[in-house]
Design a protein around this ligand. Structure first.
Ligand code: AMP
Length: 485
C-alpha cells in the first residue's frame, strides 16, 4: 500500500474519525476521502494530460488537505502557498511552478460538491508529490521537488521510530502547510488515522485564545519549531495541566536550546523531547535524537542526532574530501530522502545536488561534525539564517530592496542575541537623499518591501549609509556591518 492508499484505507475503516480541526472547521476521514476523490476527478476531467502542478492557496483550512490529496490522486504534485504571503510573492511562486491551476478553499468546496466517477491516476513512486518554495538568494523563491518515494521513506522512519499510539493521536500543526515541518505532522497524522490540530494565525496572534484552544485540543504529539515552544513557555500555565495528554515534543528546523528542553521536561514530566535536523531538500528531517537528562547533562549545544535508516551523513571539506570523526565540515546528506532538485532550475540543482553511490546527495551548506556517533550542527557556510523558524536568505531581502525605486544598494544582516538571530537590520544606500527623516524613510521602505516579501522577512531596523563598506576584494563588508550593530 502506498501512502495515499494508506490514508484512504484509514478513511474506509473509520469514516467518522476526525482528520483535521482548524478553528471552527472539522473534517472527517470520510469527507477527506470522498472530497479528494471528487477534486481528483475534476482535475482529470478538466486538465486531461496536463500534468502540471496544482497550487493550493489558503491558510490551514481543511480544504487544503482535500486539494493536496486530490492533486496527487490525479497524478499531479501540489504547491502549498500560504495567504500570509504578499501577492507579488504568490504570483512569483505560481509563475515559477508553472501551476496549471490555483485552487482556493472556496473552489475546492465547489469541486468537492460534485462527486464523479472519472478514473484518475495517482502519482507514481518517483513522481513529484509536492513542491515547496523556500527563500532563494537571488530574490526569487526556489521550488524544492519532493517525490512520493522521498516522503514515504521519511514517514516510514517516523512511524517506526516514534511508534505513535494506534488509538487516536492528536498532532499539533503549528507550521503553515507551505513549510516542510508541516509535512511531518500532516502525514504522520493522516497515515495513522489520527487528528491534526492546526493553530491558525489568529490564535498565534492572540496568546489568550491560543492557550484556551490548546487546553481543549487533546494534543498528544507536539510538532513545532523550538521558537514556538519558547514563545509558549513564557506563559507559566503552559504545563501538563494545560496539555495533560502530550507525550512527545518533536522539534526541527532550528537550534533547540538546552534551556528550552530542560524547561519542557520540567513542566511536562510525562513527555519526551526530540531534536530533529534536516533541510526541505532532504524531506523534512534526516537525523533525530531523544533529548533526555543524560544528553542534557553531557552536551551543550545539543546534538541533532543519528541518521535515519538507509541514509548517510557525510562531513566534507571544501574539496569534497571526507573529514574524520570530530572534524568540522559541510554536512552532506545522501539517501532515498534526498530531493531530485529544484523545479526548473538545473543550474541551482547542479550546484547543490550530486549522485553518490547510486543515491541522490545534497550539500546542505550547513557546518557540522560527528562526535560520539552523533551529528552536531555548527552554523552555515553561507549567509542563510533561521529567524523564528523561518529560513531566510539575506540575499533574497537585499535583491527585493534593490528592486525598489531610490535604493542603490542594500545589505541585510541578522542581529544576534544569545547566539541566535533575533531580527534583521538593513543597511541601505539611496540613489538620492531627500529631506525626509530616517524614520519616515524606513517606514516607507518597509511598507514597499512588505508588498514583495512576507512579514517575517522584513528588516526591523533600517540604517541609511552614503555607501556600503567594502572588503579588500570588493565585496560588501558584512563583518563590519554586523560589528556596527
Ligand atoms: P528548512 O529547509 O526550512 O527546513 O531549513 C533547513 C535548515 O534549518 C537546515 O539546513 C539547518 O540550517 C536548519 N536546521 C534544521 N534543523 C535544525 C536543528 N535541529 N538545529 C539547528 N538547525 C537546524
Amino acid at each position: 500500500m502506498n501512502l495515499i492508499q494508506r490514508i484512504d484505507h484509514r478513511a474506509a475503516a473509520t469514516p467518522e474519525a476526525i482528520a483535521h480541526v482548524s478553528g471552527d472547521s472539522i473534517l472527517t476521514y470520510g469527507q477527506l476521502r470522498q472530497n479528494s476523490d471528487a477534486v481528483a476527478s475534476y482535475l482529470t476531467q478538466h486538465l486531461g494530460e496536463d500534468g502540471r502542478p496544482i497550487a493550493v492557496l489558503g491558510h490551514r483550512e481543511p480544504e487544503m488537505l482535500i486539494a493536496f490529496l486530490g492533486a496527487v490522486k490525479s497524478g499531479r504534485p501540489y504547491v502549498p502557498i500560504d495567504t500570509a504571503l504578499p501577492q507579488t510573492r504568490i504570483d512569483q511562486i505560481v509563475e515559477s511552478s508553472h501551476a496549471a491551476l490555483v485552487l482556493t478553499p472556496d473552489q475546492i468546496r465547489r469541486f468537492s460538491a460534485n462527486p464523479s466517477r472519472v478514473l484518475t491516476s495517482v502519482v507514481g513512486k518517483n513522481d513529484p508529490f509536492y513542491i515547496l518554495f523556500t527563500s532563494g538568494s537571488t530574490g526569487e523563491p526556489k521550488g524544492v521537488v519532493v517525490t512520493l518515494a522521498c516522503l514515504e521513506h521519511f514517514i516510514g522512519w517516523m512511524l517506526t521510530e516514534q511508534q505513535f499510539s494506534k488509538c487516536g493521536e492528536v498532532f499539533l500543526n503549528q507550521a503553515p502547510f507551505s513549510f516542510d515541518l508541516s509535512v511531518m505532522d500532516l502525514y504522520c497524522s493522516l497515515t495513522t488515522g489520527s487528528t491534526l490540530f492546526s493553530v491558525t494565525r489568529d490564535l498565534i496572534e492572540n496568546p489568550k485564545n491560543l492557550y484556551r484552544s490548546l487546553a481543549t485540543s487533546g494534543v498528544t504529539t507536539w510538532i513545532s519549531t523550538p521558537s514556538f515552544a519558547q514563545m509558549c513557555l513564557v506563559e507559566d500555565k503552559f504545563a501538563d495541566a494545560m496539555l495533560p495528554c502530550v507525550r512527545r515534543f518533536l522539534f526541527c528546523g532550528e537550534t533547540l536550546a538546552p534551556q528550552t528542553a530542560t524547561q519542557l521536561l520540567a513542566r511536562f514530566p510525562q513527555a519526551q523531547v526530540w531534536n530533529m535536523y534536516g533541510p526541505t531538500e532532504a524531506t523534512v528531517a534526516t537525523t533525530s535524537i531523544h533529548i533526555d537528562a543524560e544528553i542534557l547533562e553531557k552536551y551543550s549545544p545539543l546534538p541533532v542526532g543519528r541518521v535515519m535508516p538507509d541514509a548517510k551523513i557525510l562531513i566534507m571539506d571544501e574539496n569534497g574530501t571526507q573529514r574524520s570523526e570530530n572534524e568540522r565540515g559541510e554536512i552532506i546528506i545522501v539517501g532515498p530522502n534526498v530531493s531530485p532538485g529544484y523545479l526548473g532550475r538545473p543550474d541551482l540543482t547542479a550546484r547543490a545536488f550530486f549522485e553518490c553511490g547510486g543515491w541522490r546527495a545534497y550539500k546542505t551548506g550547513d557546518l557540522g561534525r560527528i562526535r560520539d556517533q552523533l551529528l552536531f550542527f555548527e552554523g552555515r557556510l553561507d549567509e542563510q539564517i533561521k529567524l523564528s523558524g523561518y529560513r531566510i536568505e539575506p540575499g533574497d531581502v537585499e535583491a527585493n530592496l534593490r528592486a525598489l525605486p531610490f535604493v542603490r544598494d542594500a545589505a541585510v544582516v541578522p542581529v544576534i542575541k544569545n547566539g541566535a538571530p533575533q531580527s534583521l537590520t538593513a543597511f541601505v544606500s539611496l540613489v538620492a537623499r531627500n529631506e525626509s527623516a530616517d524614520f519616515k524613510l524606513a517606514h516607507n521602505l518597509r511598507n514597499q518591501l512588505g508588498e514583495r516579501l512576507p512579514a517575517y522577512m522584513l528588516p526591523r531596523k533600517f540604517v541609511f549609509l552614503d555607501a556600503l563598506p567594502m572588503t579588500a576584494n570588493g565585496k560588501v563588508d558584512r563583518t563590519a556591518l554586523a560589528k556596527s550593530l
